[in-house]
Design a protein around this ligand. Structure first.
Ligand code: ZN
Length: 302
């Protein structure tokens, strides 16, 4: 069975075709500029995969979209499937699901946040395979979290925005924070943007500066501590550009244990090196998650 997968990111859209084993059979990268420029190319890619002249087994049976946000994931809402108040102004209120529906006819469409998508990929085929409760935190230019609780992606009122939880500023850190809404929230203190703002250089240009990574690890551990205390995940997967510095992992684990201070004692926390772990799907977790979203939408429609 073939599925269409759209990993709609803030800098690029990955359009792909995959199957139920998560294998990516074809993909095309399209830069995310404006809806007027980007979406006709995205639509053309998927339209060719539902063309009536294709043999049945070459057509995609459903489409999964894992989209940058904030997005409206409330199925009964009038604005379901829309991108909401994003800082990427041309994309504000863009009706992502409706646009694809209009283009592709009545194939089932699954829709979720990019981070829930990535976590679904990891929970189906990667680092959180077989787990009912897990989170995926991406730390890049911004910070976001996908969460699965009791096997279901968490949406709640809209969807969690862990990047914007309040934080205790580490003594000695005088940076005011990069978040336009909150200043020194998690994203404001620990995103790639915050690293650039505080140190004047990009994360990858600071690899030889231990003080950068020590502070970064403290902030990430602080946020993970809050996530553990509220959602009690069985695994925490960390991704995003900032986490490309693998030296961060041992530091984060060390501070996390310090902050938890044995208040919670579980086998997962005793095995910290596999509890806080990198994504296992080599950057394909977003696309593979979108394949899974498509499969779930197809099953729902049966
Ligand atoms: Zn914020």
């Amino acid at each position: 069975m073939l599925y269409g997968a759209l990993a709609a990111g803030g800098t690029k859209m990955i359009c792909a075709v995959g199957d139920e084993s998560g294998q990516i059979l074809d993909q095309l990268l399209i830069p995310t500029t404006t809806p007027e420029e980007t979406m006709p190319q995205v639509i053309e890619y998927f339209k060719a995969r539902v063309d009536p002249s294709l043999p049945e087994d070459e057509k995609i049976k459903a489409l999964g979209i894992a989209c940058f946000g904030p997005v409206d994931v409330r199925k009964n809402a009038k604005t379901y499937g829309n991108i909401l108040h994003t800082p990427k102004i041309p994309w504000r209120n863009y009706p992502m699901v409706q646009a694809m529906k209009d283009a592709l006819g009545d194939i089932p469409i699954g829709f979720d946040t990019d981070v829930n998508g990535a976590l679904l990929g990891e929970a189906t085929w990667g680092a959180a395979k077989g787990l009912e409760d897990a989170v995926y935190v991406t730390i890049g230019k911004g910070i976001g979290m996908g969460a699965i609780v009791s096997g279901n992606p968490v949406h709640g009122m809209l969807h969690p925005e862990v990047g914007h939880i309040r934080m205790s500023v580490i003594p000695g850190d005088e940076y005011q924070g990069s978040c336009p809404s909150h200043g020194a929230c998690f994203e404001g203190l620990a995103s790639g943007q915050a690293i650039l703002g505080r140190w004047g250089k990009q994360a990858h240009e600071l690899l030889d500066k231990p003080e950068v990574w020590d502070l970064e690890a403290k902030y990430i551990a602080q946020a993970l501590n809050s996530i553990i205390m509220t959602l009690s995940p069985q695994k925490i997967i960390l991704g995003g550009g900032v986490m490309n510095n693998k030296k961060l992992f041992p530091l984060i684990r060390q501070y996390l244990l310090e902050y938890i201070n044995e208040y919670i004692v579980t086998k997962e926390l005793r095995n910290m090196s596999s509890y806080v772990t990198p994504a296992a799907l080599n950057g394909n977790e977003g696309v593979m998650g979108a394949i899974k979203l498509a499969e779930m939408a197809a099953l729902d429609a049966e």
